[in-house]
Design a protein around this ligand. Structure first.
Ligand code: ATP
Ligand code: MG
Length: 574
């Protein structure tokens, strides 16, 4: 591709709404352009990267035996009625009507559509297992679209769906996808972890998220420093503490003027936060109010609490409710004398003689003990895992990371096949409900995550497998005939070898060409200038390492092609 003839609108200024580096760099490198909130043009350079990700995904899905098809984006409401999701799916579902007032949605995910295909076309166990996938534009009306392609409203997803005769088959299909996902993200050149994930509202029994490790990730994940255990903090289990509580101090009310937070109270009373217990007054969607006790330095994991209470949502109670329930303003709530259900994190069970709110303004208790001073209905694992916690599987300790969820594999069970009557005949001639799995990868999000992991102050540093071009040839003075000719010659030689090359033939100053080359992040830059030509050389610079080398013209194309191929293979892990 000739830069002078390409559409590559690089920007000097970062768009004001670009909060994270990948969004900033994608916009500045002329990869994407915003059309509306969460809706983007993929400009030519951006599309090249998207296609790279798609091709890796496609190759690995095919290798794993999945079959590509393409389902419609616009899906009739009827299908979604069959599973009840037309009613259940919230505002993320973009509902549309055609000219006859028939209802449709723009598909955010395709369980219903694919199950309908299989219901109508697969009748016998002999056709199983089957795994169907597509790479398609999805729409989810995200409440807060942000971070560019990372959380768009319209975005490209690979979604796959497996169908098996029984659970054992479904587990084997799941394992195949899990391994395919590992290969995909390895081939993309990304540092990632596969973590155990909560199964959320989709239901199903088991699920892993593939997380690219990056500071700007929206998810917290934990991993053990000794074994393979890794999980989303939403899911991470914690072990009960083994110490047992026994009261030694009397319950005494103390003044804590204006001290509401754990830090304020523990500093004022000169006790460690680990000797305090906080009381959260919360409500679920059924408007049940309850008190949840946690050690002062621990945080509530709402998902664990929802599971315990069999509800979907937990909210901190309003100030009025706190007043009504405790008789005091928030900041002083405590369990003693409280009339609502009291639930406590398992680690409170091992504490004694702690500090706790006294349900009166500017007052706390010291020497508080459950059992003696108040009763706890249930102790359970309710808190968020944090760095240093013990691993639930071994003697190791947990580390905390931030991650970007780029992929998700899910055992669905029979939720959709049962609702939609997707069955096959088994070898006994009996009807059997299909057991399903679903598997998603965010294509644009993967490209964005790659930038989060691979950039410096000057721009993107593409891993070779995702690079929009593998080599950029910067012709320093294209007005000098012999310089342009030398650039053109190398360009032709590289194209002949199947290398993807951007020839910077623009009439621009060398400084701005180098700046753009750095911004675009093309792994290898070859500079063609009068000085090098005198010595029959090009100059090669590696974008990542900054290393420079002189390349004799006669062997340049061969050497460069070899470097590209070895970088591709290295990142493919082979
Ligand atoms: P998140 O928790 O980030 O909203 P999700 O759990 O809703 O993700 P899935 O339904 O599992 O996501 O979708 C599969 C994949 O699609 C995700 O792993 C992610 O890579 C991608 N994805 C989901 N939502 C978006 C979005 N709004 N923009 C870009 N990619 C997305
Ligand atoms: Mg989502």
């Amino acid at each position: 591709m000739r830069y002078s003839q390409y559409l590559l609108p690089t920007l000097k200024e970062t768009p004001g709404d670009a909060e994270v580096i990948s969004h900033q760099l994608m916009a500045r490198a002329g990869m994407i352009r915003k059309v509306a909130a969460g809706i983007y043009d993929y400009l030519p350079l951006g599309l090249r990267v998207i296609r790279k990700v798609e091709n890796i995904v496609r190759e690995e899905m095919n290798r794993a035996g999945a079959i590509e098809l393409l389902m419609p984006s616009v899906v009739p409401a009827d299908l979604w009625e069959e599973t009840g999701r037309w009613q259940q799916y919230g505002k993320e579902l973009l509902r549309i009507k055609d000219r006859k007032d028939t209802e449709f949605c723009f598909g955010p995910t395709h369980e219903e559509v694919v199950t309908e295909i299989v219901r109508g076309t697969v009748n016998s166990y002999r056709q199983l297992p089957i795994n169907l996938y597509q790479i398609q534009t999805k729409f989810r009306d995200e409440i807060r679209p942000r971070f560019g392609l990372m959380r768009g409203r319209e975005f490209i997803m690979k979604d796959a769906y497996s169908f098996d005769l029984d659970d054992a088959g479904a587990s084997a299909s799941y394992e195949k996808m899990y391994q395919a996902y590992r290969r995909i993200f390895e081939r993309c050149g990304l540092k990632f972890r596969a973590v155990e994930a909560d199964t959320g509202n989709i239901g199903g029994s088991s699920s892993h998220e593939f997380m690219v490790l990056a500071e700007t990730g929206e998810d917290d994940i934990v991993s053990c420093d000794a074994c393979e255990y890794a999980a989303n903090v939403e899911k991470a289990e914690l072990r009960p503490s083994t110490t047992l509580a026994s009261a030694t101090q009397p319950l005494v009310e103390v003044d804590t003027p204006n001290r509401k937070t754990i830090e304020e109270v523990s500093a004022f009373l000169k006790v460690a936060a680990t000797q305090t217990v906080k009381t959260l007054i919360v409500q679920n969607e059924r408007k049940e109010t309850l008190a949840v006790l946690l050690r002062g330095d621990h945080d509530l994991n709402e998902i664990k609490l929802c599971r315990l209470l069999d509800c979907n949502e937990i909210e901190m109670a309003s100030e009025e409710t706190v007043q009504a329930v405790t008789g005091a303003p928030s900041g002083f709530a405590g369990p003693v004398g409280l009339k609502v259900r009291i639930i406590a994190d398992q680690e409170v069970q091992g504490l004694s003689d702690y500090v706790i709110g006294a349900n009166a303004l500017d007052t706390h208790f010291v020497g508080a003990n459950h059992g003696r001073d108040f009763a706890v209905e249930t102790f359970a694992d309710l808190r968020q895992a944090q760095a240093g916690d013990s691993c639930p599987r071994c003697e190791g300790a947990l580390e905390v990371w931030r991650g970007i969820e780029v992929g998700h594999v899910f055992k669905l069970g029979t939720k959709y096949s049962e609702a939609m009557g997707a069955t096959v005949l088994d070898d006994q001639g009996q009807d059997r409900t299909l057991v399903m799995g679903c598997y998603g990868i965010g294509v644009g999000r993967t490209a964005a995550a790659a930038i989060e992991q691979n950039h410096d102050a000057n721009g993107i540093i593409w891993p070779m497998p995702l690079a929009p071009f593998q080599i950029i040839i910067s012709v320093l003075n294209p007005n000098a005939a012999e310089v342009l000719e030398a650039g053109e010659t190398l360009y032709a030689q590289l194209l002949e070898r199947g290398i993807e090359v951007l020839l910077d033939d623009r009439d621009e100053r060398p400084g701005s060409k180098f700046k753009d080359a750095d911004l675009l992040g093309i792994p290898l830059r070859v500079t063609v200038g009068a000085r090098g030509l005198k010595e029959q050389c090009y100059e090669l610079q590696n974008r990542r390492s900054g290393e420079r080398a002189m390349l004799p013209m006669v062997e340049a194309a061969t050497q460069l092609a070899a470097q590209v191929h070895s970088a591709l293979n290295a990142e493919a892990g082979g």
